[in-house]
Design a protein around this ligand. Structure first.
Ligand code: ADE
Length: 410
């Protein structure tokens, strides 16, 4: 086993967190139990580039107990939980991750995972897929992708005929995005903002940039805590959705002077930029919920601040723009994973059940899979939905024969 972690003494703490998460992720545990006797991942080397959290440890341990050899690195330089990294390393995984990696260290950790010669690669954001492609993806038979930003990059590779192995877009399963992107990010983004700042949300103007699934989740949860929510959008249809969901909708230049808190949820670049910083009111707070730290133009913020940023606590920096204080959370990196612990285990159970079943699918079918971006097979999506209902103790109706006939009639 090889690896690089912050502190192996944290392994025990990591184990307890793993056990806690595992107790809330019984769908993954059930998939593991159902497959354990046949050891379907024996002989498969898996390369993971995921946020190293207690939930990820449940996925990794399940894959290991189905026979896989695993190397894992972090999907963000600031998101690794060091106790979990230590626990996984202690369990015999090759772990290259610690909180506070520099950019070069972050990329080196990904290279270390590729040097392990994985056959299946599981990524969150596309950095592992991208580096694998730069190295001609030798030996890789298939991959999976966890998030919207990563799927977008893979689709671009596919469009230009540069994709080198089949990839399953786990993000696009209904049992993933409807819950993880909306409820997971919705809750954990506010968790991150509150852990970093401890502010009261009730009565605050909270600007949500982007009304995709993440934006919908953040807006709904913020309203539930008493914030007055403003939505900004570039897509007219999403803007109508936001309006009819009861939120104020306006351009960013109008929202800038109104907002107390700004949350970017777009997957786009330069969503909040100089012209907006200059119009913000004193003490405005800026947070990003998107995968990459490009949504708030932090370079520009550093540039126009009249003083060196003041570190208020590990997750708040204060800038001075035109005599007004602006507070940036988590350096503009994904706030739920940097200032809090990412999505709750209950939603990661759905996402990682899709991941595990997709990995098993690739292990079995990679020879027959076309090199393209695949949807999660419908049966897997349906199964994850049924397992999840089961684990919540919820029963639902089934169509009667007459309804089946009606459904399929012309
Ligand atoms: N992405 C968002 N939340 C996460 C979590 N808890 N674990 C792994 N990846 C995540």
């Amino acid at each position: 086993v090889s690896g690089k972690i912050a502190d192996s003494n944290l392994a025990d703490k990591g184990r307890r967190s793993y056990e806690w998460a595992s107790s809330r992720m019984d769908i993954v545990e059930k998939i593991r139990a159902r497959n354990e006797s046949s050891q379907p991942l024996t002989g498969f080397r898996l390369g993971f580039c995921l946020h190293i959290t207690k939930e990820t440890s449940v996925l990794a341990m399940a894959a290991k107990s189905l026979g896989a050899d695993i190397a894992i690195c972090s999907a963000n330089p600031l998101s690794a939980q060091d106790d979990i990294a230590a626990f996984l390393y202690n369990e015999g995984l090759n772990v290259y991750a610690w909180r506070g990696e520099t950019e070069p260290e972050y990329h080196q950790c990904i290279r270390n995972v590729l040097a392990f010669k994985p056959v299946i690669v599981t990524d969150d954001g596309g950095d592992l897929h991208s580096l694998a492609h730069q190295q001609n993806a030798k030996g890789i038979e298939g991959g999976t992708e966890e998030t919207t930003s990563g799927v977008k990059r893979l689709a671009a590779l596919e469009r230009t005929s540069m994709l080198l192995y089949p990839v399953i877009a786990v993000n696009n399963a209904r049992t993933k995005y409807l819950f993880d992107n909306r409820h997971g990010t919705g809750q954990s983004t506010l968790d991150g903002i509150l852990r970093a700042t401890g502010i009261l949300l009730a009565g605050k103007n909270l600007v949500v940039c982007g009304y995709g699934w993440v934006g919908k989740g953040v807006a709904t949860r913020a309203r539930g805590m008493g914030a007055i929510v403003i939505v900004t959008e570039v897509d007219p249809i999403k803007a109508i959705e936001a309006k009819m969901d009861g939120f104020a909708v306006m351009p960013m230049l109008d929202a800038a002077p109104a907002g107390d808190i700004f949350v970017t949820c777009t997957g786009q670049t330069c969503v909040i930029r100089k012209e907006h910083f200059l119009k913000m009111k004193d003490a405005a707070i800026l947070a990003n919920a998107g995968h990459f730290d490009v949504e708030i133009d932090t370079k520009n913020l550093y540039g126009i601040s009249s003083c060196h940023p003041v570190q208020i606590n590990p997750n708040i920096e204060r800038f001075d723009v035109n005599g007004r204080r602006l507070f940036l959370l988590s350096k503009g990196r994904v706030v739920n994973l940097v200032a809090a612990e990412g999505h709750p285990p209950e939603v990661m159970a759905l996402s990682f059940a899709n991941q595990l079943l997709s990995i098993l699918y690739i292990a079995k079918n990679h020879d027959k899979m076309e090199i393209k971006v695949h949807s999660v097979p419908e049966q897997i999506d349906q199964d994850v939905g049924s397992y999840s209902l089961d684990s919540m103790g919820i029963r639902i109706d089934q169509m009667i024969e007459e309804q089946e006939r009606y459904q399929h009639s012309s």
